[in-house]
Design a protein around this ligand. Structure first.
Ligand code: UDP
Length: 327
């Protein structure tokens, strides 16, 4: 059967999907999208960086269950399982630098527990990997063929190497045990529900601008990133889930900006006059990052649709609303 026919057959029935890290920023949007299309979701999260508030719209839904558990210790999910999506991990640099051992554990023991659960049920496994596997890249833009340039003993290695190990483990299960797996390399993703000031650049700049505080640009602000709006990211993940393909696939938006341009755009869209303050560049901060998405486009039929300006407007609006609700 072709991948497309497989996907069509799968969609004919509702799936029961385990989402680890489902209370996080990206995980919670993914849980919502799965329930919205008719699947059932078991969200597993230890709430170390995720938040129950992120799941408000799903509480009480008969298609949604929440299980508080640390996936690096085990994945005690009962009942049928059609897919396991491993999105658990601290994702913001300050969050994973504050939890170095936990971050390595969730990418090693956690990934193994997910693969074991998926294997017991003959379920598909999706690994939420990252553009960080490319490290500080000397190829630009980064295609999936590029092997990366990661400092294995630098502070960021707790995240980067955990994800690289997760990819290695996922491929080993596919090759040696015939596991049905897919790997997504997620590039910087933003949108409503980013925790204000969580250390990631969009969360920081939006929170700072709305509070009238200075925007903290690290280094000289010439380093680049390419930002993907969360709805595009989630659509890419669902395409990968349904495709039956392994990848790895870059899922990101190739629109590349410097951090100084990002700061100026946030100032313009919030209409605030906060100054820009320069701070030291963190160790091993990648100089530039931009996905080559040719493969995802060709094999998954996926491309991002939301531009940076539009996406940031939605993010700022959501931050204003949640601020107003919180006050
Ligand atoms: N950054 C910044 N100011 C901040 C937070 C981050 O200039 O307040 C920079 C950071 O040094 C990096 C880029 O923005 O070059 C993206 O950082 P983020 O932590 O969002 O994600 P990363 O891609 O580094 O994992």
């Amino acid at each position: 059967m072709t991948g497309a026919a497989d996907a069509a057959e799968q969609r004919a029935r509702s799936l029961r999907v385990v989402v680890t890290g489902g209370a996080g920023f990206l995980g919670s949007h993914l849980c919502e999208a799965l329930v919205a299309r008719g699947d059932r979701v078991v969200c597993v999260d230890d709430l170390s960086t995720g938040r129950r508030e992120n799941l408000q719209s799903l509480e009480g839904s008969p298609s949604f269950e929440f299980l508080e558990a640390d996936v690096s210790r085990g994945l005690p999910v009962e009942g049928p399982v059609d897919a396991v999506l491993h999105f658990a991990s601290a994702a913001s640099p300050p969050a994973y630098l504050a939890r170095p051992l936990e971050t390595l554990a969730v990418g090693s023991d956690g990934t193994r527990h997910c693969l074991e659960l998926a294997a017991r049920h003959g379920a598909r496994f999706i690994m939420a990997s990252t553009s960080e596997v490319y490290g500080d890249p000397d190829e630009h833009p980064q295609s999936e063929e590029y092997w990366g340039r990661v400092n294995p003993v630098g502070p960021r290695s707790v995240y980067d190497e955990a994800k690289r190990f997760s990819e290695a483990l996922t491929m080993a299960w596919a090759r040696s045990r015939g596991a049905d797996v897919g790997i997504a390399r997620i590039f910087n993703t933003y949108g409503p529900r980013l925790q204000p000031g969580d250390g990631r650049v969009v969360s920081n700049f939006v929170a700072q601008a709305l509070a009238g505080r200075p925007l903290t640009v690290y280094g000289d602000g010439s380093q680049t990133r390419s930002f993907c709006f969360v709805s595009d990211q989630v659509r890419g993940q669902l395409r990968l889930l349904d495709s039956g393909l392994t990848g790895p696939f870059n899922i990101g938006n190739p629109g590349e900006v410097t951090m100084l341009e990002m700061a100026e755009l946030v100032l313009e869209l919030t209409g605030t006059t906060s100054p820009i303050e320069f701070r030291p560049l963190p160790a091993d901060d990648p100089r530039r990052r931009c996905p080559d998405i040719t493969k995802a486009n060709r094999e998954l039929g996926w491309a991002p649709e939301v531009g940076l300006r539009e996406g940031l407007q939605a993010t700022i609006l959501a931050a204003l609303r949640s601020g107003a609700e919180g006050s």
